[in-house]
Design a protein around this ligand. Structure first.
Ligand SMILES: Cc1ncc(COP(=O)(O)O)c(C=O)c1O
Length: 404
């Protein structure tokens, strides 16, 4: 059959093949067709307990009734996209909510985490230029960081295998040890515009950065007239038990980037910024066709309100403390873990055995896990997951670790 015949025939059954998707991911073989709460289901009806949340995205779980109602309301109104040439109530309400609940004076919307960080880098450079510093363009990231896969964010990502095939990346980006003395030597007010930091490094192995270090970094950046960008794309919006991780630390950044769970699975990212940065930006300085459109913004407005609910945050903090105890006991009982790190609903478990076969054995038993490096398992359950269900997940995990 010719392509043109196939293209017009919407009734023809389409064969689905994994090979038709460019092979940049190793995917598990099961074909997922449905979600409900903390479970995903494949096309044979097998249930999988979700300890990944689509990599820290579906914090409210799957098939959430509130999310569904908002989507239905937007579809009813018929306006999914307008472009950023026009005002929409949903975008303005979401931005106003974020401004009212943060340090920021305004918000830039985009479509993903990497885009949010790329935008923050541009904003930092724009701010420096607006101050008259022609050479103040440097971006400093930290050892173990992950900020995305686009040329700027990849330059700020400390993983050789991700970077090497794509060199040269964006110039002017340096990766520095997580050490104030090293940073003191590097943060030249004439050449460095911003430092970017994840309060908990997610992909880098779930490393919770020392609060004293983070406060020292804030002081140093103030002293050197360098902006501090806090990347909360993975650890933000409730995952640590605080709506913003920096709030829990008592830090006031210059910009914060968020994305993943913002609309519980619809693509949206944002840069939250305050006056010195926002004052430097003018129409035409940055743009995106889709960013913050009516559908994603309406869903995100609903989701951020839910994720900031004090009762949910308290549940995450309390259950997180309980999880810490359970994981410590599991480590002692099994002898299969070398270390555990994390807080709230974000944990990294260093394993003796490589993580990949453990994840494969868990998958076969209907438990979804993800890694953070070759020897680290990462637990990112939906924030709605109960203690009982987490206990069930840990029982399967213990079984699976025992088979290694
Ligand atoms: C801390 C952090 N920053 C940035 C990103 C990039 O986000 P995205 O995959 O939406 O581009 C991620 C993704 O895992 C992340 O964890």
């Amino acid at each position: 059959m010719s392509n043109s015949a196939t293209l017009g025939d919407h009734t023809a059954a389409t064969h689905s093949s994994p090979d038709a998707i460019l092979g940049t991911y190793k995917r598990q073989a099961a074909l997922f067709v449905r979600g409900e709460g903390v479970h995903m289901f494949d096309d044979t009806g097998k249930a999988y307990l979700d300890m990944v949340s689509g990599i820290a995205v579906t914090s409210l779980g799957h098939g959430d009734a509130g999310v569904r109602r908002v989507i239905e309301e937007v579809l009813e109104a018929g306006l999914i996209h307008t472009s950023n040439l026009y005002r929409t109530a949903a975008g303005e309400r979401l931005a106003s909510w974020l401004v009212a609940h943060s340090f920021a004076s305004s918000v830039f919307f985009c479509n993903s985490g990497a885009e949010a960080n790329e935008a923050a880098f541009k904003f930092a450079r724009r701010w420096a230029r607006a101050q008259g510093h022609a050479d103040k363009s440097g971006i400093v990231a930290l050892r173990g960081a992950f900020h995305g896969r686009l040329p700027g964010t990849l330059a700020a990502t400390d993983r050789a295998s991700y970077r090497q095939p794509f060199l040269p990346l964006m110039p002017g980006v340096q990766i520095v040890e997580r050490d104030l003395e090293e940073l003191r030597a590097v943060l030249d007010p004439e050449t460095v515009a911003a430092v970017i930091v994840e309060p908990i490094q997610g992909e880098g192995g779930v490393r919770v950065l020392d609060p004293t270090f983070l406060h020292g970094l804030r002081e140093l950046t103030h002293e050197r007239d360098v902006l501090l960008i806090v990347d909360e794309i993975q650890c933000g919006l409730g995952r640590t038990g605080h709506f913003f991780a920096h709030e829990g630390l008592g830090l006031v950044p210059d910009m914060v980037t968020i994305a993943k769970p913002m609309a519980n699975g619809l693509p949206i990212g944002a840069v939250l910024a305050n006056e010195p940065v926002t004052g430097a930006l003018q129409p035409g300085d940055h743009g995106t066709t889709f960013g913050g459109g009516p559908l994603v913004a309406a869903v995100a407005e609903h989701v951020v309100q839910r994720l900031s609910d004090p009762a949910l945050l308290e549940h995450v903090r309390e259950t997180g403390c309980w999880l810490h105890g359970e994981l410590t006991a599991l480590m002692q009982r099994t002898g299969k873990l070398r270390a555990i790190r994390g807080m709230g609903y974000m944990w990294g478990l260093d394993t003796h055995e490589p993580a990949a076969p453990i994840i494969a054995r868990a998958f076969a038993k209907g438990l979804l896990l993800v890694s953070a490096g070759e020897h680290t398992l990462r637990l990112l359950p939906p924030l709605i997951m109960s203690r009982e269900t987490l206990g069930e997940a840990l029982r399967v995990l213990e079984e699976v670790l025992g088979e290694g």
